[in-house]
Design a binder for this molecule. Structure first.
Ligand code: SF4
Ligand code: SF4
Length: 321
């Protein structure tokens, strides 16, 4: 297949293999019907074979930029092993998982070299969710992975109400030689916003404004559709293309957006880039202004202005499985 060039400026490639999950965390952005329209996001998922085909067509100019398999929980995809083993050797894969799967089967089916690269953080990053997955189970599984030659780490979000517990779990893991890292809590806890954001108003959820927005991330939905940003993915706005479309290309342009104010914290937060250097933000936003009366009316009537209409019928031309 024709290659898709992923430019130097790109800092992240997220392959959202499945937005479904085998856990039910009450704060989950994917499962919270109030915050997200997950049902409508779940268009027909790509097969493992198509995912591998899509990943193999990416020509990544930054040779240390991995493709991160994530979700939801990516390992629940029915063809997960076929997907991973279908990816060409030499492609760098990362995995974000809750590790609720059969570790022995994973180790038997996947060569550690699929998830091996030079980096300051683990290629397999396990998220610990208090009350959902058990830390002792995760520690035992992480040890098995480590013994089999995988670079694995456990991560937890420092939820304000759970700080003492997370610190205790961190100590427990570090004492057993497990790489355990803490992630910043992002979002609104009912009283205040947590996190550092480049454009504070962007996540207010209270305004809709116009802006021009350019991303440095490739966001691929379970269906293979490519979105401008996490907010578009979760809200199932119009995609900018399909990863298997022969005509799809990454354009480094500012695109018009009429829902500035409803951005997702993942896109707006100031964070570390893949070199672990702080100060990076996924999107660059310019020309923020109020909507005109006509634009607001069009938005209320669900107009897709700026992005054009996506022809889902056309998908049949390049999805065969
Ligand atoms: S493990 Fe992650 S994806 Fe699954 S329910 Fe919890 S937060 Fe959501
Ligand atoms: S302004 Fe926000 S919602 Fe619009 S494209 Fe950028 S990140 Fe996405």
């Amino acid at each position: 297949m024709e290659k898709i060039i992923v430019p130097h400026e790109y800092n992240y490639i997220g392959a959202f293999v499945s937005l479904g999950c085998n856990l039910t965390c009450d704060y989950c952005i994917n499962l919270n019907e109030e915050n997200s329209t997950r049902k409508s996001v779940s268009r027909k998922p790509m097969s493992g074979k198509d995912w591998a085909k899509a990943i193999n067509r990416l020509s990544i100019l930054n040779d240390d930029l991995p493709i991160t398999l994530q979700g939801g929980e990516p390992t629940i995809h029915k063809d997960f092993y076929e997907l991973v083993n279908g990816v060409n050797d030499g492609v760098k894969l990362d995995l974000l998982t809750n590790m609720i799967f059969d570790v022995d089967e994973f180790i038997a089916k996947i060569d550690p070299k699929k998830f091996t690269r030079e980096a300051k953080y683990a290629a397999i990053r396990v998220s610990y969710h208090p009350g959902q997955n058990d830390i002792d189970d995760l520690i035992q599984k992480a040890k098995k992975f480590d013994k089999a030659g995988f670079y694995i780490g456990i991560y937890a979000v420092m939820v304000p109400q759970n700080q003492e517990h997370i610190k205790a779990v961190q100590e427990k893991c570090l004492a057993q030689g497990i790489d355990f890292r803490i992630k910043e809590y992002l979002g609104f806890d009912g009283q205040q916003w947590h996190g550092t954001y480049k454009y504070d108003e962007a996540i207010s959820q209270k305004v809709e404004k116009y802006c021009d927005c350019k991303t440095t991330e490739l966001i691929i939905a379970p269906s293979g559709h490519v979105f401008r940003c996490h907010s578009d993915l979760y809200e199932n706005r119009t995609p900018i293309g399909h990863i298997l479309d022969l005509n799809f290309d990454i354009e480094q342009i500012h695109r018009p957006c009429y829902v500035f104010g409803h951005c997702n914290p993942c896109d707006i937060k100031v964070k570390t880039n893949r070199h672990q250097i702080f100060g990076h933000t996924s999107v660059d936003i310019q020309n923020i202004r109020e909507l005109t009366k006509e634009e607001r009316l069009a938005l209320e009537n669900n107009a897709n202005f700026g992005l054009g209409l996506y022809n889902y019928e056309k998908d049949k031309e390049f999805i065969h499985d």
